[in-house]
Design a binder for this molecule. Structure first.
Ligand SMILES: Cc1cc2nc3c(=O)[nH]c(=O)nc-3n(C[C@H](O)[C@H](O)[C@H](O)COP(=O)(O)O)c2cc1C
Length: 316
């Protein structure tokens, strides 16, 4: 029997597949397409302290091999969320992971404490790709000190597993990862979307209402893979790899780079059965090689790193 279960700190997942935040709701719409007991868990849409209407439209734009989004964290705010939404998650047959977003360090502590108290929530993902209003809009995930402060505070308000979600829009993602780990993160989600834009050449204006957005899908997969690889070499805690995973082969690349689990986002929009397809393919791969569990391949593209002398960053 091939064991596909994985642990992210104290969070046990029957399958290594999470559904990425903002791409799966709470699973309700997908339940008629796939058996949710066959996915590891669902990361809910990020929730903020106050309700947010989100950005001006258009908010989604297809691009070659991917898509741009600038939703603007549209959500009903933590009060409404706790009162009306969270109880609906009690009967989901997989782990439900809350996602917290904030515009101040204090926001993160406040929302995490309230959300993590709920029994329906198995773990918290901390989405630090948000601007800090106290430091002229600098993104938390781009500053090691801000990352540390957010993670220390969220760590102090809950014992539930904390997954800190890192941004690729930084110079040295491994340095940020180490700060998050040392401040108490149980796991890291690597990566969030890549900043990007698209222009309509007939209208002479950006296609997104917000001008800039986050690129996701296959276009960012090689970027995400290198980020996972570099973070895995720098930390001891598990990594949830994500960014353009569409096929079993994509998932295997992430496991070999050092991911313990993976998240699937954009692929769900075109193929709701992608999570099942990916798990089946990964299982076949392990069985064909007589491997008993994912542990046998996790980070194996990293082990020894005997050609380290050849690795001096990119050539460009
Ligand atoms: C429409 C959309 C909404 C998203 N909303 C969130 C969000 O609220 N919080 C968050 O942490 N990530 C959000 N993400 C990022 C995804 O969770 C994921 O990290 C990213 O898209 C990369 O994975 P993918 O290429 O498989 O989609 C969103 C992505 C998309 C496409």
């Amino acid at each position: 029997m091939t064991d596909l279960s994985v642990s992210l700190g104290k969070l046990q997942l029957a399958f290594p597949t999470l559904m990425a935040s903002g791409c799966y709701g709470s699973g309700e719409e997908y339940a008629s397409f796939i058996d949710l007991s066959q996915v590891g868990g669902i990361v809910l849409k990020s929730v903020t302290r106050w309700p947010r209407l989100g950005n001006a439209t258009p908010r989604l734009v297809p691009t070659p091999s991917g898509m741009l989004n600038a939703i603007g964290l549209q959500n009903p705010g933590i009060d409404w969320y706790l009162e009306h939404e969270v109880r609906k998650f009690a009967d989901r047959p997989c782990a439900i992971i809350g996602s917290v977003a904030g515009f101040s360090v204090d926001d993160y502590g406040y929302i995490t404490e309230r959300l993590a108290r709920r029994k329906e929530i198995a773990a918290i993902e901390v989405n630090i790709s948000c601007p800090n209003v106290a430091s002229e809009g600098e993104t938390f995930a781009c500053d090691p000190q801000l990352t540390k402060k957010v993670v220390e505070l969220t760590r102090s308000v809950t014992d539930k597993p904390l997954i800190v979600k890192l941004s690729p829009n930084v110079t040295d993602i491994a340095a940020i990862a180490v700060q998050a780990q040392d401040a108490g993160a149980d796991a890291l989600a690597v990566i969030n979307t890549v900043r990007a834009m698209s222009i309509d050449v007939d209208a002479w204006r950006p296609r997104l209402g917000n001008i800039a957005g986050g690129l996701s899908g296959a276009a960012i997969r090689p970027i995400a893979l290198l980020a996972v690889y570099e973070v895995a070499r720098a930390v001891r805690i598990p990594i949830v790899g994500q960014g353009g995973i569409e096929t079993p082969n994509d998932a295997l690349e992430f496991f070999l780079a050092g991911a313990t689990a993976i998240s699937i986002g954009t692929a769900n929009f075109t193929d709701p059965r992608a999570p099942l397809r990916i798990v089946e393919g990964v299982r076949d791969y392990l069985q064909q090689r007589n491997l008993k569990s994912l542990k046998e391949i996790t980070g194996k593209a990293n082990v020894g790193f005997s050609n380290a002398h050849q690795y001096e960053g990119d050539e460009g």
